[in-house]
Design a protein around this ligand. Structure first.
Ligand code: C5P
Length: 223
């Protein structure tokens, strides 16, 4: 797996869900297991890259040779990622960052009462969009998209609006693809218009394909 074109390159990978606190015992999260991002981080490290993995809460162990920074909320991930973005020549944003968080969080557990409880939600910051807006000239950015419908339309829009070089789209509706499992079926949409289908395979194998595509984009940029 050792691969000279990756040697010593600083790569930042984000993975997992985020956790948005309501009170000391309750939070909002999503179904991301972190497996796809961890597989990417592990493979990039095995190829010889210097990998930092910023991860939300998962049950996975730290991949060999990877520098793990654990975070919880979207805000923490934003602070961590934006602080170290400049140092990395490739950033792969696999994390399923929460789009909304409770407007108010409580230091004490909210007691149950009769009737309804409304929780007001506010938007979190879009980390990838921020990275795209501040992209370094020799930096390659890869985003992910989990869509249930009109995948191609949304993936291409996302690539433009977030100023990223490639979007890895996974259909969350096809069986054996997307959240939780060990397999994935993805389509790679590249800025130059190329579209690559990666048929259903293990997340480890998908990680290899994603990294190959990301490196060829990066090499073009560095020419
Ligand atoms: O817009 P959408 O959430 O579908 O875009 C997904 C991509 O954007 C992923 O790469 C994800 O990591 C990133 N993202 C982010 N910050 C957010 C929401 C999504 O970096 N607040």
């Amino acid at each position: 797996r050792d691969n000279p074109s990756w040697h010593g390159r600083k790569v930042l990978v984000t993975a997992g869900p985020t956790r948005e606190t309501i009170d000391p015992v309750r939070f909002f999260t999503n179904r991301s297991s972190g497996k796809m991002g961890y597989a990417i981080a592990e493979e990039a490290a095995a190829r010889g890259a210097n990998v930092t993995l910023v991860s939300g809460p998962t049950s996975l162990s730290v991949p060999h040779g990877v520098n793990l920074i654990s975070v919880e909320s979207a805000e923490e991930m934003y602070q961590t990622v934006t602080a170290c973005a400049k140092d990395n020549e490739m950033i792969i944003k696999c994390a399923a960052v929460a789009d909304y968080r409770p407007k108010n969080t409580f230091n004490q557990k909210i007691k149950k009462k009769d009737g309804e409880w409304e929780i007001e939600m506010e938007r979190t910051q879009d980390i990838l969009k921020e990275l795209g807006a501040n992209r370094q000239p020799r930096q390659t950015l890869v985003g992910f998209a989990a869509e249930s419908h009109d995948m191609e339309v949304y993936a291409k829009k996302k690539m433009e609006s977030k100023n990223v070089d490639m979007i890895v789209a996974n259909s969350i509706t096809s069986p054996g693809s997307g959240f939780q499992g060990d397999t994935n079926e993805v389509t790679l949409f590249k800025r130059n218009g190329e579209v690559d289908d990666v048929p259903m395979t293990t997340k480890v194998e998908a990680a290899k394909r994603i990294l190959d595509a990301a490196m060829s984009i990066h090499m073009e940029r560095l020419k």
